[in-house]
Design a protein around this ligand. Structure first.
Ligand SMILES: [Fe+2]
Length: 257
């Protein structure tokens, strides 16, 4: 099986795997669907980046497998802990790697390709990409992180727009209308906030605006501009100093490229 066939095989495996979870209560069914759809949209965002970067077929298939498997740990995580908050359960990047090993999902691939995918899944959700990763691993991790962010923007902004109630998307954040000073100061310094410091939904939204600084490729930044994500997040926040500062910096960055 070549790597393109392997991608199609894993796609089918994933569909069956997700379908094997009990969905008898509506909260579980909603969240399984949310992550399933997120996964396939991250695959689409990955294809767009792969085309933007002019990747060859093999590299595009490696990037595709990274996307397909990046959240494979989410389903068992939700099944066991009923939350997607890693700080309240398990690190879903590390956990995803365990699921990949448990089901031997990368058997038959070349060792190098297998390692690239494992590295990307493990590191896709860490605060920064480790300097210790080999360059090719950093490259595929970078593509995955951009594609993942592009879809999370879509997912949470749709959620704000529709004002649907789902505690799993809120990540158990406080609804009080304040900002955590450390989060604001980190973002002001162009550093992503540490997930552990995000206390309120406001912190979370502000951090999401600053995500643009963490994008790795110009074609990803262009996509944020096209989709109007910054403006759409700002429209769901009060027009206070913290929002004005981070919003204007993020917009200036997006339009500078
Ligand atoms: Fe993830």
């Amino acid at each position: 099986m070549n790597i393109i066939e392997h991608f199609n095989h894993i796609k089918q495996w994933l569909e069956n795997y997700i379908a094997s979870f009990d969905r008898s209560d509506s909260f579980t069914a909603l969240n399984l669907d949310l992550k399933r759809e997120h996964t396939f949209r991250v695959c689409e965002e990955t294809s767009i980046i792969a085309a933007g970067l002019g990747l060859n077929e093999t590299d595009a298939a490696i990037a595709g497998l990274c996307a397909l498997l990046h959240d494979v740990g989410r389903f068992e995580q939700f099944h066991r802990y009923r939350t997607f908050a890693d700080n309240l359960s398990v690190d879903h990047g590390d956990f995803g790697c365990r699921i990949i090993e448990q089901y031997r999902l990368l058997d038959g691939l070349e060792d190098e390709h297998r390692q690239l995918i494992m590295d990307a899944v493990e590191h896709h959700n860490k605060i920064t990409i480790s300097e210790d990763l080999p360059e090719r691993s950093r490259f595929f991790t970078s593509i995955l992180r951009d594609a993942d962010k592009l879809d999370i923007w879509k997912l949470v902004i749709d959620y704000y727009d529709n004002n649907t109630e789902n505690d799993a998307v809120k990540l158990d954040l406080s609804m009080d209308n304040t900002f955590t000073e450390k989060v604001f100061l980190d973002l002001l310094d162009y550093r992503m906030a540490d997930k552990k410091d995000l206390r309120t939904l406001n912190d979370f939204k502000l951090n999401q605006m600053a995500w643009v600084f963490d994008l790795n490729f110009k074609c990803s930044v262009r996509r944020v501009k096209e989709k109007g994500y910054l403006r759409r997040i700002a429209s769901h926040m009060d027009n206070v100093m913290e929002v004005q500062k981070i919003y204007s910096r993020a917009q200036a960055y997006v339009y500078s490229l």
